[in-house]
Design a protein around this ligand. Structure first.
Ligand SMILES: C[S@@+](CC[C@H](N)C(=O)[O-])C[C@H]1O[C@@H](n2cnc3c(N)ncnc32)[C@H](O)[C@@H]1O
Length: 275
């Protein structure tokens, strides 16, 4: 991230906020470690290394996932979307949603939501002086409560189109938590003209299945799903071409390498439009 000095100060072992537990790995910090970030601890790096071994991709799948997110945000902003709700947004890194959205539509409003306290700690520092972007600590699994939070309901206009982003977060919800019901609840709250963007580990890849085992063992959760299960998150929406495809093939800016780079077949990506 651009302000690495601020980040290091906040995650210096001597300056860790009290609500951040450095003895237990967190999804957000493990992902940051896979991306090569600095906002993580030894306990996170152990899981990151195990996950990268399982995926045999050297962390490339995470980079492809970020790139697919960037293309989707640019796509939605290019279709006139000026409000974004980025759920399970993760730690700030390069090419964050607000930077891309505001690069296209300078007035775009972006809400980042994550349940990891590290994310809000870093986000608040990063966004000082930016009135168009907020970071909220909340749990995606409680859509009713989340959508009613003043920082969200009072900041975004739900009568107008919103780009709802669920990039690599729903595979951290287990089936008994009703992920499809949760995503449907968010969709219901959106006005016509809104978009849902989602990436998700797909069980067609042995590497994704192996990574899921690492996540479940290390973090207590994580679930790969079938193409049909992932497609049904878009029920009621029109999938934007090219539909639900592996990360590099979602509206690439140029030809995809042949053979595709490592990590290409881990996650499916899609964007659906409401109304
Ligand atoms: C793999 S990271 C993805 C980050 C970002 N969306 C991206 O794709 O680059 C998953 C993020 O989802 C967050 N997350 C997981 N479960 C969550 C929940 N129940 N509520 C809110 N955030 C959650 C984690 O803390 C983590 O930051």
């Amino acid at each position: 991230m651009a302000d690495g000095d601020m980040t290091r100060a906040r995650l210096d072992p001597g300056h860790v906020p009290p609500d951040i537990d450095t003895t237990v790995p967190s999804v957000a910090r493990v992902y940051d470690a896979i991306l090569g970030g600095k906002d993580n601890f030894a306990v996170d790096r152990v899981v990151a290394e195990a996950a990268m071994r399982a995926m045999s991709d050297g962390g490339n799948g995470a980079r492809l996932n970020r790139a697919a997110l960037g293309r989707a945000v640019r796509f939605m902003a290019g279709r006139g979307v000026t409000q974004f709700l980025d759920l399970g947004s993760g730690l700030p890194t390069v090419q964050n949603t607000h930077e891309i959205a505001q690069g296209v539509n300078p007035g775009a409003r972006v809400v980042y939501v994550d349940n990891d306290p590290s994310v809000s700690a870093h986000g608040q520092g990063l966004l000082t002086g930016d009135d168009s972007t907020v970071v909220v600590q909340a749990d995606v699994r409680s859509p009713g409560e989340l959508l009613a939070l003043p920082a969200i309901a009072g900041f975004l206009d739900f009568s107008q189109p919103i780009g709802l982003i669920l990039n690599a977060v729903i595979h951290h919800l287990n089936d008994d938590e009703d992920p499809h019901g949760i995503v449907a609840r968010y969709q219901e709250a959106l006005a016509p003209g809104s978009y849902l963007q989602l990436t998700h580990f797909c069980d067609e890849s042995p590497e994704a299945r192996a990574n899921s085992e690492v996540l479940t063992r290390s973090l207590g959760r994580g679930q790969v799903r079938s193409r049909a299960e992932i497609a049904s998150f878009f029920d009621g929406l029109s999938l934007v071409p090219p539909g639900l495809v592996f990360l590099p093939w979602w509206r690439p800016v140029g030809p995809v390498d042949s053979p595709p780079p490592p990590g290409s077949m881990l996650m499916l990506a899609g964007v659906g439009k409401k109304g």
